[in-house]
Design a protein around this ligand. Structure first.
Ligand SMILES: [Zn+2]
Length: 449
């Protein structure tokens, strides 16, 4: 679907605002189906009372029913798709991190539940989809296969010190009722943490992949404004703090004094330590996904000691779990396959990232430019395939491609320079010119590829 902001004036919604119940919303955008998509257009209205957005019509979130059931989804999710650092961010922003029980409503696979349990605290997940069951089995966590109302009915006395729900409220048809239910699970000193797509992302200036992700046509009912969230929670006598970061809104709420929230100080070490724990679980897809995130994020946050160790583990994991030698991979079977999310049990979704960042690691630590070029060449092919074949799953690959191409050009030039004989005198002018034209040729070749 594509978002069309050029909308007819004066079109009225059928439904009042799904967030605050007020009438008088204005049409903000239309989502138009593209050739081959068998879905109806969706109309997104902006409520003039609470500034939230909502999809009009009786059942705008019907995509779940038509979603094919496939093992590939969860493999992609644990291997690369789950944004574990983003999920942890609003929790790790609490200063100090409380020692108390946690419930994660809409816990999915259960990374937050697992993280909290590994801090030595009680943690319960509520997740009706099959991801909840998978997480329970793979992570050994208390992920309950029910919805929120089912849980409250079965355990009406349960109270928690942290009530957490990330990217769930926008999927509910009645967000006020959802918030009311969350508040009933808070103990007297509890902190409630919510995240949801930001209303500021719903703009023609937002890059299209982020805009479509925030709208998630067919999956979301509403995009709630910070004002609406504050209003809903204040009705329960809670104090509320909101923060918008990129395309997400974070909310923290409590009955008493607000805890300190440090949103601009990411807790990299805690996150990387969690990935180390996760890299030791028995399932090779879960552990491999943790290892690749650990390596990439340790490298990118300047923790070179951790990155070095993780790279060695990743080399072994790629070979033992998937039969892939990262520094000299055989990829023809993968590259010839044009089916989306194919063969993830043999070629993990993190392969392109591992090759790209592995090449940089080999360059930094060993100065082995031949291996570096070989790995970058493989990384480019794998990332290009992922970006083009996997479509919505390949957004990260598409994002990394320009960086990978630039690194490939740099590596070719490094290789050329180091293969020239050492001389005390500067390069003669004609040799320098030849070197420059080779660099330009390398750049032109990789740009064309
Ligand atoms: Zn409203």
């Amino acid at each position: 679907m594509i978002a069309d902001f050029d909308v007819p004036l004066g079109q009225k919604p059928v439904k009042p605002c799904r967030v605050c119940g007020a009438g008088g919303a204005v049409l903000h955008l239309r989502l138009l189906p593209q050739p081959g998509e068998s879905v109806d257009q969706l109309l997104l209205f902006r409520c003039v009372s609470c500034a939230s957005f909502y999809f009009d019509g009786d059942e705008p979130a019907s995509a779940y029913e038509s979603m094919p059931k496939s093992d590939s989804f969860w493999l992609d999710y644990v291997q690369v798709g789950a944004g574990i650092s983003a999920m942890l961010a609003p929790l790790l922003a609490l200063r100090p991190l409380p020692t108390t029980s946690l419930v994660d409503v809409g816990s999915g696979f259960g990374y937050i539940v697992d993280f909290w349990q590994r801090q030595g605290q009680r943690a319960v997940g509520i997740e009706p989809s099959s991801y909840g069951e998978l997480g329970r089995e793979k992570l050994g966590i208390d992920n309950r296969s029910c919805d929120l109302e089912g849980f409250i009915k079965a355990y009406p006395q349960e109270r928690f010190g942290l009530v957490f729900s990330s990217e769930v409220i926008e999927h509910t048809s009645d967000p006020r009722r959802f918030v009311d239910a969350l508040v009933t699970m808070m103990d007297d000193d509890a902190t409630l943490i919510l995240t949801t797509p930001s209303t500021s992302a719903i703009s023609p200036q937002t890059e299209s992949a982020s805009l479509i992700a925030a709208l998630s046509p067919g999956f979301h009912y509403t995009i709630l404004s910070p004002e609406a969230l504050v209003g809903m929670l204040s009705r329960h006598g809670l104090r509320v703090k909101t923060h918008t970061e990129g395309v997400q809104t974070f909310v923290w709420a409590r009955r008493g004094a607000m805890p300190d929230v440090a949103v601009n100080e990411p807790q990299w070490t805690r996150y990387l330590c969690y990935l180390e724990d996760l890299s030791r679980v028995a399932d090779r897809h879960v552990s491999g996904g943790a290892l690749c995130r650990l390596f990439k994020d340790a490298l990118n946050t300047g923790d070179s000691a951790r990155a070095g160790k993780a790279y060695q583990c990743l080399l072994r994991a790629a070979e033992d779990s998937y039969g892939i030698r990262l520094e000299d991979p055989e990829l023809s079977e993968l590259l010839e396959n044009t089916q989306s999310l194919a063969m993830l049990d043999r070629f993990p979704a993190w392969l392109g990232n591992a090759l790209l960042f592995g090449a940089l690691q080999v360059g930094f630590t060993r100065g082995d430019y031949r291996t570096k070029v070989r790995m970058l060449d493989a990384a480019l092919r794998v990332l290009e395939r992922r970006a083009h074949v996997e479509k919505q799953f390949g957004q990260e690959a598409a994002h990394f491609l320009p960086f990978a191409r630039r690194q490939y050009q740099i590596a070719l030039c490094e290789g050329l320079q180091t293969s020239l004989p050492y001389t005390e005198t500067p390069f003669p002018e004609d040799l320098r010119r030849n070197l420059l034209s080779l660099q330009m040729l390398a750049a032109a070749l990789t740009d064309r590829a």
